[in-house]
Design a protein around this ligand. Sequence first.
Ligand code: PEP
Ligand code: MG
Length: 594
Amino acid sequence: MKNDKAESEMKFKKEQFLNGIGVSSEIAIGTAHVIQSGLGQLPEYKIVENNIKNEQKRFRTAVSRAQKQISRLKAKTNKLSDATADELRLLLDAHTAMLTSKRMVIGIETVIEERRINAESAVQTVVHEIAKGFTQVKDPFLSARLQDITDVGSRILRQLMQAPYQAFSQIPEGSILISEELSPADTALIDPTKIAGFVTQQGGSESHTAIMARSMNLPAILGTQNLLTTIRSGQTLVVDGENGKIILDPTLETLNEYRRKIEARRRLNRQLARLRSLPALTQDKTRVSMQANIELARDIDGALNAGAEGIGLLRTEFMFLNRNSLPNEEEQYTLLKAIVEGMQGRPVTIRTFDLGGDKLPTLLDRKYSMSANPMLGLRAVRLSIKEQKLFEVQLTAILRASEYGPLKILLPMISSVEQIRQVKQILNRVIIKLKKRNPSLNLAMPPLGAMIEIPAAALIADSLAHEVDFFAIGTNDLTMYTLAIDRGDEQVANLFNPLHPAVLRLIQFTLEAARRNNKPASVCGEIAGDPRFAPLLIGLGVRELSMAWQSIPRVKQRIRALKTGPATRRAFAILDQTDEDKVAALLDDFNEDL
Ligand code: PEP
Ligand code: MG
C-alpha cells in the first residue's frame, strides 16, 4: 500500500535534468550524497622555529590555489543567466577580497609565527576570531558574511590538506557522491562496491579522475554545470555515464527505462565474458596482445578475469597518494611483488611514478610550490631526476620485485634522450648498491621503455629507440600536449580530440620509428580501450593495446571482426585527412562496415 502511494507520487513528480561529461558508460540509480567541504579531522601540531618560514610558504601556496579555484568558478559564471551570474560573481569577489585581506593573510602568518602552530590550526584560529566579531553585530548583511568567512576558511584548509574525502566510509551504501571536485587521490579512496557513482562540477573526460572511474566501472559524470545549486542530499538520481545525463527525482517511467538499460548491459557483459579465453585474433589471423592498465593491486583479479595477457601500464603513483608519509622501499617492494606474483608469469610493465600535475603527494606538495601550469611543471620523470633519493627507493623496490616474475620499467613524460641516459645511470647505481647489499641476488636489468606522450618524444622517436627497449604511446597526454588542451578542464573538453590529424600523425611517426628500429610499441592511452579506435590502431600497425580491464572484451570483439589488409588501407586514408570531422566520419563508416 505504502509502495503504491510512493509509486503514484513518483509518476506525477517533475523530473529535472542536468548535463555533464559522461566519463564511463555505466548507469547508476541511487541517492545523492552531497559532500560539502570534505574536511576530516584537522591536523593540529606545534612547529619548530626553523619551520616557521616553510609553514608560512605552505599557507601562501594554499591561498594562491584557492584564489585560482575562485577565478575558475568565476569564469564559469558567464554561462549562467545574467541575474544569477551577477549574484555569484559578487559572492566570489567577496571571497577573493577576504582571501587576500590583510586581516586574514597577515593575521594567519603572524599566528603561525607567534604561536608556532601549523597552518591548519592557524587558519582555524583566525577564522574563528573574525567570525566571532561578526556574530556580535546585529546587521543582517554582516551576519551573512559569517558564512562567507567560514567558506573561505574551508577553502584554504582544503587546499592545505589536499584533503581526501575521509568521510567516504561513513557515507550510506549505494550513494551517489556529489561534489565540486574529486581529485584522482580522492577517487582512489572510493570503494566501488559501496558507492554507486559520482558526479562533480569540475573535471574533464581524460582526467585521472575519469580514468579511475572507468577502471572501477563506476558510473561517473564530470564537469556538470550548476550541480551544487541544484542537487540536495537525499534526492533520487539516475546517472547515465554514457550520455553525461543526470536525472533528478526521476518518474517511475524513467526509472523503469533505466532499469531495463542496466539489465541489457548486464546481459551484454555476460555474452562478452565468453570471449575471455579467446585470443584477440583478426579474421586474417593477426594476433593483438591485450593488456590491462591498473592503478591499484585490487585490479589484478579483474584483469585476470577479463583475460589480460599482462599489465601494460601500472600507474605506481597511486601508491604515494592519500598518506602522510611516503612509502618506504619495503612497502613498495611488498606491493610490487604481490602484483608481479599475482599476474602469474604474465609481464608487468611498471611505470615509475608519474607524480606532479594533478597527483602530488601531500609531503612533496609542501616542498614544492604549486606551479602556475602543473601539467607543464615538475611532473613524472622530471621529478624523479630531481628527487633522486625517492626515485632510487622506487627503482630498488622494482628491481627486487623483478625476481618474482617478468617485469619491464616504463618512464613517463620522456622528452629527451638525455633523460633516459640519466635514468640509466641512476638505475646502474641502484643495481650496484643492491648487489653490494645482497651479493646472492640474481639481478638483470629489466627491459626499459619510454612513454611517448609529449610531441617532442614522438618527433625524436628514432633517437629514443636507440636508448630504450620499447615504447608505450600515451595518447591522453599526447593529445593534451599536442593540442594545448588541458585533459582535466571541462571548459575545453569538447576540443580534446585524439582523432585530430596532428595527434594521428605523431602516433604514426612513432610507430614507424619503432618499426625501423625493431622495437615494440604499444598504445596505453584511453583510446586503446575504446572499440571505435581499434580498427584504426590495428590498421596503423599497433599489435599491443593496454586498457582498463573492463574494456578488454569489447575491444577484443571488434578486433576479431577485422581484417588487417582493409584496416591498413582505411587507416592510411584516414591519415590523409586534414579535417577532424572527416576523420571521425571515416572512422565511423569503417566501424559500421565491420
Ligand atoms: C597517457 O597519458 O596516455 C597515459 C597512458 O598516461 P596517464 O593517463 O597516466 O597520464
Ligand atoms: Mg600520461
